[in-house]
Design a binder for this molecule. Structure first.
Ligand code: FAD
Length: 460
């Protein structure tokens, strides 16, 4: 019998456990994780092979969660990386962000911050505004090569304080009696009885969470769907922005559709990588401190809201990704911007001629216009045109586009401000529950949940 069973060992799960054991030694805590421990996570692609569709995907599953292999950018602003503002308000969220940031630093994150040079930032913002682009600026802590060390230090601390980890344990069911949670069951039939359950399964577990919530009668509602592509350019082109902000986040409302398009997850000197959702290959990006490249990549994502009666944005995004896989032999599509604009597919020969050397090997040169609906494609092209006005070189024929990139945080669970569901003692946080979109707000959601549990137990 556990006091708290946490599903998922990403930042949400880790910070929930951290807060619980730091404030009290009275609770018995288990973390159940379908992936492996950090040092046993090995993506075949990182070893030089193609994507073997491991189940679960080592890139996104296992201790540390989805961002464990990234260079860990901590975006320290209530305005990005999630929707927690709606739950706790600005003042409280800012305080919680400072708190989790201090824990990252205590466990090994570097002291240095990007995005603090006010004069230079104001100039960049002005330039962007002149071109109808909104540039979001905020301090960023870049953990870089320290990311894994921070995660390992946190794990040591949790274990020393009695937290038990169960790796390769895929939670399939949630036990509820009389609208109160009683524990969870693994896909192998193992039962973990627990007074509280924290669901923190991340984006890779978002579909499972949605289905589980529906089964339990928890309201799930549609949010926006984010679909787009990954753009790769020479790092020098982005340097004026990345050297000051590390992660420039631009927002633009397109002329054709008035849709919101944004840049996301800018990876200076990084590489384009693949991600697998339910067996479907999509793209993402990362910067690795131990393996820099000559390129910078970033996502251009289009956010759209669907109208009734449509209620399944996750399937919509996955269907588009599946279509891309079908026509590209289960690999991401790569296309030069120049080819896309001329209405022709890219070929291996054309890709080799590009002055941008691709960082993802296992790709199929093709034509993104066979995959992305007109609305998305038009929005993406307009965004690149606009960005080119402040970052000359982005709208080059040689710019590489990889598709598709999707963000599966589009269904949100109905949650109280403590992130408790409509089932008593059952909490949900992080990317999977639709409340976060990055490391910081995911970590904060874990702290919010832990404090609520501690309060209910009279320990906080
Ligand atoms: C390549 C990459 C780079 C990134 N870089 C950054 C960055 O630099 N900065 C930033 O802010 N964000 C970054 N992110 C996003 C960030 O990693 C996520 O926002 C964050 O990890 C979400 O935390 P989480 O705890 O909600 O979920 P996750 O980190 O996804 O963790 C969820 C865990 O739950 C496990 N799980 C899922 N379902 C089950 C189940 N049924 N049973 C048991 N276990 C389950 C999964 O295996 C996973 O390990 C990156 C993401 C990726 C993929």
């Amino acid at each position: 019998m556990w006091d708290v069973a946490i599903v998922g060992s990403g930042p949400t799960g880790i910070f929930a456990a951290y807060e619980l054991v730091t404030r009290s030694d009275k609770l018995k805590i288990a973390i159940l994780e379908r992936g492996r421990d950090l040092e046993k996570r090995m993506c075949p692609m990182a070893l030089g092979g193609g994507c073997r569709k491991c189940k679960p995907c080592h890139m996104v599953s296992g201790y540390g969660g989805a961002g464990a292999f990234s260079d860990g950018k901590l975006n320290l602003s209530p305005d990005v990386g999630g929707r927690l503002l709606e739950y706790v308000g600005r003042k409280k969220l800012a305080e919680l962000i400072r708190y989790v940031d201090s824990i990252y630093v205590r466990f090994g994150a570097p002291e240095e911050l990007y995005g603090t040079d006010v004069d230079k930032i104001e100039r960049l913002k002005r330039e962007a505004l002149r071109e109808n682009l909104r540039l979001l600026t905020f301090p960023v802590r870049h953990m870089g090569e320290k990311s894994k060390e921070v995660l390992a230090n946190l794990k040591k601390y949790l274990e020393e304080n009695g937290v038990e980890f169960y790796f390769e344990t895929d939670v399939s069911d949630i036990i509820v009696e009389g609208r109160e949670v009683k524990g969870v069951i693994s896909s192998e039939g193992e039962k973990f009885s627990s007074k509280y359950v924290v669901l923190a399964p991340g984006r890779s577990g978002a579909s499972w969470l949605r289905k589980a919530a529906k089964r339990l009668g928890i309201e799930v509602y549609n949010d926006t769907v984010d679909i787009g592509i990954r753009v790769e350019v020479p790092a020098e082109i982005m340097e004026p922005y990345t050297s000051i902000l590390y992660e420039p986040k631009f927002i633009y409302y397109t002329r054709s559709f008035d849709d919101k398009v944004r840049t996301f997850c800018v990876c200076p000197y990084g590489e384009v990588i693949t991600e697998v959702h339910n067996g479907i290959v999509t793209v993402n990006g990362q910067s690795r401190a131990d393996n820099t490249t000559e390129n910078t990549n970033f996502a251009v994502l289009v956010s759209t809201r669907f109208t009734e009666p449509f209620r399944d944005p996750i399937s919509y995004a996955l269907d588009i990704a599946k279509l891309a896989n079908n026509i590209a032999g289960n690999k991401p599509i790569i296309q030069r911007l120049g080819d896309l604009l001329r209405g022709r597919r890219s070929t291996h020969e054309r890709i080799e001629r590009s002055i941008v050397t691709r960082t993802l090997e296992d790709v199929t040169p093709g034509d993104l216009s066979y995959v992305l609906p007109y609305r998305y494609l038009r929005n993406i092209i307009e965004m690149l045109e606009q960005l080119n006005k402040v970052i000359p070189g982005v709208y080059s024929d040689h710019t590489l586009l990889y598709g598709v990139e999707i963000k599966l945080y589009s269904s949100s669970l109905k949650l109280k401000s403590t992130l408790e569901t409509e089932v008593r003692n059952l909490y949900a946080g992080g990317d999977g529950a639709g409340v976060s979109r990055g490391l910081v707000q995911a970590s904060v959601s874990g702290v919010i949940i832990a404090r609520s549990i501690l309060r209910r137990e009279g320990l906080y």
